[in-house]
Design a protein around this ligand. Sequence first.
Ligand SMILES: Cc1ncc(C[n+]2csc(CCOP(=O)(O)OP(=O)(O)O)c2C)c(N)n1
Ligand code: SF4
Ligand SMILES: [Mg+2]
Length: 276
Amino acid sequence: MSAITHPLKKYTRSHIHRTTTCPGCGIGIVSQALLRAMDELEMKMDDFVFVSGIGCSAWIPSPFYDADTLHTTHGRPIAFATGVKLGKPDQNVVVVSGDGDLSAIGGNHLIHAARKNIDLTVVLVNNGIYGMTGGQTAPTTPRGLQTITSPYGTFEHPFDIAPMVVAAGAPYVARWTTYHPRQLTRSIKFGLKKKGFAFIEAVSQCPVQYGRVSNIGKAVAFMEYYKANSVKIDKADKMTAEELQGKIIVGEFVNIEKAELSEQLSKLKYEMAEAI
Ligand SMILES: Cc1ncc(C[n+]2csc(CCOP(=O)(O)OP(=O)(O)O)c2C)c(N)n1
Ligand code: SF4
Ligand SMILES: [Mg+2]
């Protein structure tokens, strides 16, 4: 009897057999959505550069994906990815990292890359906490949650990341949860095909650190929670702020066309070389 091989296994490095993720973590669902999106688009790993920062979510591409991967410093993957895209404009450059990495220490890189509209696909895994470092409060942690750095409950108001990236100027922004793997895959496909800054927020469970301090429960309970509390953006538009309290608005927030940075710079470089 022949062994069954996972259809996405061909995209991972064959000599790496272990993952760093805890059982029940949402990271596996996000990773599959990304690989499935590439698979459905029949894109080749050789045409990709994956860039990540530091955190559990940053382990998604590196060292597992059989492509060029750049595992950078905390908060800086978008800065590295910008350099890669400008140096190699024909490559698909994808950033995968956590809410802390991309919206706390790396927050400025995120909004300015959206403003500049550089052709990157960014998948932000939002588990509402700093998972890898033990469960500290992040800019996404719900107000009132007691974590190891907010033992009296955090008094801070969280970022609503997807609308923030829309406001910064990104032409493609979507948000789904790990309860929505097919929709997440579809949005990542849109993002990969988009010429411009494409941002996909994946709300994802950290049953270990977030699970420890919230009363949601274990991994399956997170799925039920996401199912019960997600509201599609068109429906949310008709609801009041009170009705939306505690809800996760999901769907496509924006999908427009606008001039992209790396293309314009490549054109300028070509024209200047021609003129010499
Ligand atoms: C300059 C710097 N500051 C702080 C850290 C410690 N650190 C590493 S990962 C991380 C937070 C990760 O949180 P997130 O990006 O949400 O990833 P998760 O583990 O939740 O997926 C922190 C604070 C670091 N490595 N470098
Ligand atoms: S600590 Fe949380 S985010 Fe990190 S691998 Fe474990 S469950 Fe996932
Ligand atoms: Mg996190």
